[in-house]
Design a protein around this ligand. Structure first.
Ligand SMILES: Cc1ncc(C[n+]2csc(CCOP(=O)(O)OP(=O)(O)O)c2C)c(N)n1
Ligand SMILES: [Mg+2]
Length: 545
């Protein structure tokens, strides 16, 4: 490293060293100095329409690439990314939130500077609750170390961090001859050995073990390890909704999504009938567990995540998730005769010949399923977009991005932008409800500006469909926009108004060919129509009432 880079420059260098190439956000006077530094750096600024869009885009970027960054101004911008940062925290996505702030000198005598809420550290206190580590780079003597510390925390825990840059510090030099710290954390060897011995004995003596793959396998880059484990042992794999597409879904060992009542019945029976469920990187969330309809008995489970390792009722401290999985790979696990396992039923093929029939949620997902290729990454918003996406058969390993736990509406359109910038080889297929689209859909302007070409499918059921199934009222209605005409306003992209299967088919073909900009498919659905997954869930819940 060059001696005594400025604090802002050092932050840029470290982000770059960790693979970040884009920073999402909106400038403001407190952060303009840093924006200037960004402009002169190899990182590209991606200006969104709204900070929340920047936050969601950075989150998707982090999910695809391993680290993402959003850069905003003090409070008016910062507090708008509170929600997206909360989602990144809850769903384990390492986003670096960089906020400009009043200079340290300006803070003396506590003047009423613009954008200040209450105290100078009000925003910092909010983000302490939403991140795994936070810092105010107020002291040039410690700033570099602080940057190392919080970036390490983001990568170690796969969770967001907060860096506040007072505007008079950005251009100050840090200490010279600073070497980025190397952090190493190791498992306690004896504990690891004992945990592996116990796990291997349990797996080898089980008659019907099964892997339940969770989202952390993806976050920690352990998808290949899981594949090798399955191939080495012939033990089949189911995935949680949040962990969906952690392995290619055409794989012979892959059964489908397990999510209690949300998932398929054959997968549920297999997993719940297993005498050894090996849960790897699974979050025990209510959505993952089908709103607590899943039946998983700790006495028959191995539960390993970056936060916890337990085997039956034993808990092991100081064992790193990656070491445990790598240990399993090296261990003497028996190779079994291949079991007869359930496989995802291919969705019935879509026959556009039925032409004039109105599109239903079911036929929409059948058609979308046929549309998927290796190159497509699906970004799904909450509601039926996400439940429907859980049924898609995704080829690609990181194929589906969706807020399956925190479930904030408005994720998918910005996520499509973040995902495509993170990996320009993919084309995003954005599935979004009309309600969610009305929140962040205008970020299509950002897609246009940076020449991205997502295919955006608006599931237009004229309201908050999910909520209608729970309890309906006029508050679940929406003002009907002419979504397909947005390209006229934005001066970019193509719009399609879709009522029939034939129109859907034609629009998807046209969208596939049109690669110069975004395509917006306004798919008209009946307000009470719903995906098979949502139907299964509501039916089962109804039986319990
Ligand atoms: C930011 C936010 N506000 C409110 C909710 C509560 N909520 C959950 S689903 C839903 C309706 C979603 O409507 P839409 O996007 O049109 O999808 P649909 O349910 O119709 O498929 C709402 C309002 C939420 N999850 N996130
Ligand atoms: Mg809707």
């Amino acid at each position: 490293m060059k001696n005594a880079a400025s604090i802002g420059e050092y932050l840029i260098q470290r982000l770059h060293a960790h693979g970040v190439r884009h920073v999402f956000g909106i400038p403001g006077d407190y952060v303009l100095g840093f924006y200037e530094q960004l402009l002169r750096s190899p990182l590209r600024i991606i200006n969104t329409c709204d900070e929340q869009g920047a936050g969601f885009a950075a989150d998707a970027y982090a999910r695809v690439r391993g680290l993402g960054a959003v850069c905003v101004t003090y409070c008016v911008g910062g507090l708008k990314v509170a929600n997206s940062t909360a989602e990144a925290f809850a769903e384990k996505s390492p986003v670096v939130v960089i906020s400009g702030a009043p200079g340290m000198k300006e803070r003396e005598k506590n003047p009423l500077l613009h954008h200040k809420v209450r105290e100078f550290d009000t925003q910092k206190k909010v983000f302490e609750q939403l991140t795994i580590a936070s810092t105010v780079l107020g002291d040039p003597q410690t700033a570099f170390q602080e940057i190392d510390r919080v970036l390490h925390a983001a990568l170690r825990y796969k969770r967001p961090v907060y860096i506040e840059l007072p505007r008079d510090v950005v251009c100050m030099a840090g200490i010279s001859h600073h070497k980025p710290s190397e952090f190493r954390e190791e498992s306690d060897k004896q504990t690891l050995r004992e945990a592996l011995t116990e796990a291997v004995a349990m797996i080898n003596s089980a008659s019907k073990p099964v892997f339940l793959a969770g989202v952390e396998l993806h976050r920690f880059g352990l998808q290949n390890a899981l594949l090798k484990l399955a191939e080495k042992t012939n033990i089949p794999v189911a995935a949680t909704i949040l962990g969906k597409s952690v392995i290619g879904e055409q794989h012979p060992f892959y059964m489908g999504v397990y999510g209690g009542a949300i998932g398929r019945d054959d997968v549920r029976r297999y997993v719940e009938g297993s005498d050894c469920v090996i849960m790897l990187g699974v979050f025990m969330t209510d959505v993952n567990l089908g709103i607590y309809t899943a039946q998983l008995d700790p006495a028959r489970s191995i539960y390993a995540t970056s936060e916890k390792l337990s085997i039956r009722y034993h808990t092991f401290e100081n064992v790193r998730f990656t070491d445990f999985i790598r240990g399993l790979l090296k261990a003497r696990l028996q190779r079994r005769a291949p079991e007869k396992i359930p496989h995802p039923q291919p969705l019935a093929t879509f026959r556009a010949a039925r032409g004039k029939d109105k599109v239903t949620v079911k036929s929409l997902f059948q058609r979308l399923n046929a549309f998927l290729t290796e190159k497509i990454v699906v970004a799904a918003d909450v509601g039926d977009a996400l439940f429907g996406a859980a049924e898609l058969s995704v080829h690609h390993r990181t194929g589906v991005l969706g807020p399956a736990y925190y479930a904030s509406m408005g994720f998918a359109v910005p996520a499509g932008i973040g995902a495509q910038l993170a990996n320009p080889k993919v084309r995003p297929l954005v599935l979004v409800g009309d309600g969610a689209f009305q929140m962040t859909g205008m970020e299509l302007a950002t897609a246009a500006r940076y020449k991205l070409n997502p295919i955006v499918v608006v599931l237009n059921n004229r309201g908050y469909g999910t909520e209608r199934h729970i309890h309906d009222g006029p508050y679940n209605d929406l003002w009907p926009w002419n979504y397909h005409r947005l390209p006229e306003i934005l001066g970019a992209g193509r719009g399609f108004e879709i009522e029939t299967e034939e129109q859907l088919d034609q629009a998807l073909r046209a969208a596939e060919r049109y690669t110069e900009g975004f395509s917006l498919l306004d798919v008209r659905l009946e307000p009470l129509d719903r995906s098979p997954a949502m139907q299964r869930l509501t039916e089962r819940l109804a039986r319990r009432l």
